[in-house]
Design a protein around this ligand. Structure first.
Ligand code: SF4
Length: 467
């Protein structure tokens, strides 16, 4: 019987089975950022430990970094403290740090793939939930907690339970104006925010096969929002082409032999799965969240669902969502007035996202009552976008063009919603208070839909704007 990519990667990296039933798994790439690492480094120091594989460990700063200025010290003393701590820790433990002067700084899940650090068949760990992003390259990638960051720093290993594998086939073709973000929101809507608990999601089907690497990253990024431990796409010619020539990818001399090994890690045709789910790409519409988790999503032409339409165990959270969002069941999501538009994050802050949003932005001007931000996912994304003149399109349309970072995805920097503001956002979480105001409201959607909402001043169907 064949094996899935997850099986193959697991077996290639298993050091031993632990009495707990977990596997001690060797980690090929450890990515570190400023928020979840200070305590881990402190624990290393207290136990007099060193990092055995500094060449497999890379750090950046993303969550707290301001996007309007890089002037030090930062106005926020806590942010300045975190920045100083990661600078110091990387120096002390011999870890390469992509700081703001490196030309590579950015959101940890944007820079890993773009530098060619993330490769097929690899195990990846990072102290951040959305590490699943790296699965787009055929890696098995885990988000981990602070004590696990210490474990990986100290041993390059992780004690972890092997997940089951659910294959999710998205077949057919997407309609114009429907993007990878709509695909992932649709999957989470249908399978639920807890539907993936205990699973790795293997994404397949013609829609995924046709996607670019950046689109696959958007889909894998949000696996965690569907409850899955990780998500991945089997590597193929698109993956190999994407990696060729990247700074940390195998050199030209070794690239072809790397491709042979990467291709050997692809799931076998007769691999067994614990579950298989199918979707028709043609049925997916531009999708918008209306509630307080990413599963509370509807097509832009649909109405907010009635409580009776939910299973009994989801009604309470639906009632909570109506109240928090101040939405009544049965009302259309389209036409909802917004105050803020945010294009960015590790879900949708890549060059292709900015290109799609710019196609919309060039058709008009941001509505007078809307504050609109574009925050590139990394310095490399910013430079590439500026080389194409995308920043000029956004600025001319009334968007603010910011410096790279997580920004308003999590609002650990000064980019925050105020009061009950409603934000059309290309990020990944619409939890209560996620964007910096305890009462702020988030509507998740694709970057093109965010740009359309910014121009209209309200949720609108991007397909009409693109006609
Ligand atoms: S962009 Fe958002 S989800 Fe992604 S790493 Fe930053 S804070 Fe986390």
């Amino acid at each position: 019987m064949g094996k899935s990519l997850l099986d193959k990667v697991w077996e290639a990296h298993a050091v031993r089975e632990l009495p707990s039933g977990q596997t001690q798994l060797f980690i090929g790439l450890h990515l570190v950022h400023e928020v979840t690492s200070p305590q881990a480094f402190q624990m290393m120091r207290e136990q007099n430990l060193s990092v055995p594989f500094p060449d497999r460990t890379f750090a950046t700063v993303d969550h707290i970094i301001p996007t309007d200025t890089r002037q030090r010290p930062y106005a926020d003393t806590q942010a300045e403290g975190m920045m100083s701590a990661i600078e110091h820790n990387c120096r002390e433990f011999g870890i390469r740090f992509f700081d703001a002067s490196s030309g590579h700084q950015g959101i940890v899940h944007v820079l890993g793939p773009e530098l060619g650090l993330t490769q097929p068949g690899m195990t990846v760990a990072c102290g951040d939930s959305h590490t699943s992003t790296h699965g787009a390259l055929g890696a098995v990638a885990f988000g981990i907690g602070t004590s696990q960051v210490r474990d990986v720093l100290a041993t390059q290993c992780l004690a972890i339970q092997r997940p089951k594998v659910r294959r999710i086939d998205v077949d057919g073709a997407l309609r114009a104006g429907v993007y990878a973000k709509d695909v992932t929101l649709h999957i989470i809507r249908r399978l639920g925010v807890k539907g993936g608990v205990g699973y790795a999601y293997e994404y397949a089907g013609t829609v995924l096969e046709r996607m670019t690497m950046e689109e696959r990253m958007t889909v894998c990024n949000m696996s965690i929002e569907g409850g899955a431990r990780l998500g991945y796409v089997n590597p193929d010619a698109t993956t190999f082409k994407y990696l060729r020539g990247r700074e940390f990818a195998p050199s030209a001399e070794h690239f072809d032999s790397a491709v042979i090994w990467w291709a050997s890690m692809v799931s076998d045709a007769d691999a067994p799965y614990h579950d298989v789910v199918r979707f028709d790409g043609a049925e997916i519409a531009p999708t918008v969240t209306w509630g307080i988790n990413p599963g509370q999503a509807i097509g832009v032409d649909e109405r907010i669902p009635a409580p009776e339409s939910f299973p009994a165990d989801e009604r309470e959270v639906a009632e909570d969502a109506y109240e928090y969002m101040d939405f009544k069941p049965g009302r259309a999501i389209r036409g909802t007035r917004i105050d803020v538009a945010f294009i960015g994050s590790c879900t949708n802050g890549r060059l292709s996202d900015l290109r799609e949003a710019a196609k919309v932005a060039r058709r008009g001007h941001v509505a007078p009552h809307v504050k609109a931000l574009v925050v590139p996912g990394s310095q490399a994304v910013a430079h590439a976008a500026e080389a194409e003149g995308l920043h000029e399109i956004f600025i001319a349309a009334g968007f603010e063009w910011r410096l790279p970072g997580c920004s308003m995805c999590l609002a650990m920097n000064p980019d925050k919603l105020v009061g009950r503001e409603v934000c059309a956002s290309s990020s990944n979480r619409n939890f209560k208070g996620r964007q910096g105001s305890p009462s702020g409201r988030t509507l998740l959607m694709s970057p093109a839909m965010v740009a359309a909402a910014a121009l209209e001043g309200a949720v609108v169907d991007v397909r009409e704007m693109l006609k």
